[in-house]
Design a protein around this ligand. Structure first.
Ligand code: ADP
Ligand code: MG
Length: 651
């Protein structure tokens, strides 16, 4: 059970954005503090007596200060020094030496920046939570030809639902009947609707137009892709970036350092003959401007806003750390089948019925796209697909099994799966060129598809029974995406595939990829990645299959195409939908997030150093110190929010 299962079926309609700020308790307390400050300050200005402005400013201190004070004391009990507490102490200290208005100003600005911070977090969360609102609450279920209205969460796997034009799909499923243009932008960010007809997968929360669909439910509501997206992004929000972990490690010691320095700045001048008020004021100002509030806020808001932004485009980034690393990627390794190709291959040519039936019997157990193509081809021809025993798969090589007492292997041409005697070399019968030619019969020649050859071998005799040609379309935007990636990386994109060199080469030429590594086993793909990393590169691997899992794990950033459960678990980034051009876009986003983090750290650090120097060397007015310190905190927090939008797509 996931936490998502507890969510109400129909999430409350989202309130308009304007009121988001007002709904935050932090904002209401800050508002009260601000109002009290305005009234109290005015009374002071017009020369009203203490008994008039005193209580008003006391309200200001209480409204703005009680929460950070409580939090700070709680932290102190756990032997942690909270910077918020320093702010409250500084304000009280200022009041103690008669700077009551300055202290109140500190409280007000501090409370306001706290409210803005809470707002920034809520904004990021809302843009994630918005995803969940997309799945409709109700569904039209078909039972024995009759329609019944049910709640979407009641749907179970195997139910059949009707989706009318304009309706949102209520659950992940497969189209049984009908055709429609489906707007998947809510999940994949793809702006154009995609045609969906019988056999196609549709996702909860996408919207059908131009036709009705009958859909068989494939996943319960709690496990739908849209629910997983929200879950993953929420998980990401609970992670911390490396920079943040470093800052938090240093923060404690730094804060204690600030307290020690404050005491020194107070006592030393006092001993040397300064007045109590002067010494205290300078020390309080120091404590405020030296506090690391802005530094603490420099890192996570931009990274998490970027994670939410990517999530809305169907790019699920697992953690803030991954977003940080994405900004440093300078080498990309692409898998071929299912990554730059559509991953919906079909058997072409005219293979022998018996060979096809044997192959299909073994492949029926395979999850590989090639396997599904073989099974589909056999079914299309109405062949009987026999039972298979002793099935096993070797990722990146092929599959084998016993069909009707015969050991059969289906796999890479010329290198069938090894079995038994490792020295037994397969013998090819007949003219291999004649079988090769199958894949290029005129009817099947499609300039935008890649053809893979797969041998069907009798493992008992080592005889190749036949060769199947299987063609897969190139993703339409693959060449553009490769060019965009090349423009953003130091190492030109690498195509790494388990397929044969000649097939891979032809495809790479069409994509504009010069560096092709073919005939790779899963562990060879890892070596490709390790080689690039050894040269000091930050490597992203994009893959789709089980055979890519080791390389995905070995990469700095592993990106999986598709929402399969296995890849969702293994990868750092899950890419939903087909639009490959979001990959360069994601690199841009990561880079922008990284640049924003650095800019934030520089701004925050510079302002701290500047104000501290001013306070120690000259006379920094308390109000100015407060404004500078809190101003930089707010600036940094808002700067991070910019990552909720853009960057523009590569063009
Ligand atoms: P890629 O690296 O291009 O995604 P894979 O590593 O998944 O390709 O597969 C490499 C090669 O191994 C394929 O081109 C195919 O020849 C063979 N192969 C792998 N799995 C299967 C299978 N289930 N059926 C037939 N051939 C397979
Ligand atoms: Mg693949």
């Amino acid at each position: 059970m996931t936490a998502l299962d507890d969510r109400p079926a129909a999430p409350p309609a989202r309130a308009p954005r304007r009121s988001l700020l007002l709904r935050l308790p932090e904002a209401r307390w800050a508002g009260l503090a601000l109002a009290a400050f305005a009234v109290g300050g005015l009374l002071v200005l017009v020369g009203a007596p203490v008994r008039a402005w005193g209580p008003v400013l006391a309200v200001c201190y209480a409204a703005g200060g009680w929460e950070p004070a409580l939090e700070g004391l709680r932290a102190l009990r756990e032997r942690r020094l909270d910077v918020d507490l320093l702010m409250v102490v500084a304000a009280l200290g200022a009041a103690a030496i008669g700077q009551v208005v300055d202290g109140a100003l500190l409280i007000v600005i501090f409370a306001t920046s706290g409210a803005l911070e809470a707002w920034a977090t809520a904004r990021t969360e809302a843009s994630v939570g918005g995803l969940l609102d997309l799945a409709p609450a109700r569904a039209t279920r078909l039972v024995d030809g009759l329609e019944e209205e049910v709640r979407a969460e009641e749907l179970t796997v195997g139910d059949v639902v009707l989706v009318r034009p304009g309706d949102a799909v209520p659950a992940d499923g497969v189209v049984l009947d009908g055709a429609a243009e489906v707007d998947q932008s809510s999940i994949t960010g793809e702006p154009l609707p995609v045609p969906r007809s019988v056999g196609a997968e549709v996702y909860a929360g996408t919207v059908a137009a131009g036709g009705a669909l009958t859909v068989r439910v494939a996943r319960p509501a709690g496990e739908s892709v849209v629910a997983r997206i929200a879950e993953l992004v929420e998980e990401a929000a609970r992670t911390k970036a490396r920079t943040q972990l470093f800052i938090e490690k240093v923060e404690q010691r730094y804060s204690i350092g600030v307290v020690v320095a404050t005491l020194a700045i107070f006592t030393v001048p006092l001993v040397l003959g300064a007045t109590l008020d002067d010494a205290l004021l300078r020390a309080m100002t120091f404590m405020i401007v030296a506090s690391p509030c802005a530094l603490v806020l420099a890192t996570m808001p931009p990274l998490l806003a970027a994670v939410a932004n990517a999530g809305r485009r169907g790019l699920l980034v697992r953690s803030a750390q991954v977003m940080e690393r994405l900004g440093a990627v300078d080498a990309v390794v692409l898998d071929k089948t299912g990554t730059v190709t559509v991953g919906a291959p079909r058997v072409v040519g005219h293979p022998d019925d018996e060979v096809l039936a044997l192959a299909a019997a073994v492949e029926a157990r395979s999850e590989h796209p090639l396997g599904r193509a073989v099974v589909a081809a056999a079914r299309e021809r109405g062949l009987v697909v026999a039972e298979v025993a002793d099935f096993s798969a070797e990722p990146g090589v092929g599959v084998r099994g016993t069909v009707g007492g015969r050991r059969v292997g289906v796999g890479r041409a010329a290198t069938p799966p090894r079995e038994g005697n490792p020295h037994a070399t397969p013998r090819r019968e007949g003219n291999p060129r004649a079988t090769r030619a199958l894949g290029s019969s005129p009817r099947d020649t499609d300039p935008d598809s890649a053809t893979t050859l797969v041998d069907v071998t009798d493992l008992g005799t080592g005889r190749v029974l036949g060769t199947l040609a299987i063609a897969d379309g190139l993703r339409p935007d693959a060449a553009d995406a490769v060019a965009d990636l090349a423009a953003r990386t130091v190492v030109p994109p690498v195509l790494a595939t388990g397929d044969r060199a000649d097939a891979a080469r032809g495809m790479a030429d069409r994509l504009g990829i010069a560096d092709v590594r073919a005939d790779l086993l899963p562990e060879d793909k890892v070596h490709v990645v390790e080689g690039l990393r050894a040269d000091g590169h930050t490597v992203a691997v994009v893959g789709d299959g089980v055979n890519d899992a080791p390389a995905l794990a070995g990469a700095d950033v592993g990106m999986a195409m598709g929402g399969a459960e296995l890849t969702m678990r293994a990868a750092d980034v899950v890419v939903l939908g087909d639009d490959l051009r979001r990959l360069p876009w994601l690199l841009d986003l990561g880079r922008r997030a990284r640049r924003t983090v650095i800019a934030n750290l520089v701004v925050a650090g510079t302002i701290i150093v500047g104000l501290v120097t001013w306070d120690l060397v000259g006379h920094l007015p308390l109000a100015l110190g407060v404004a500078g310190h809190e101003g930089s905190t707010i600036l940094v927090a808002l700067n991070g929010l910019r990552l909720l939008r853009g960057p523009r797509r590569p063009s």
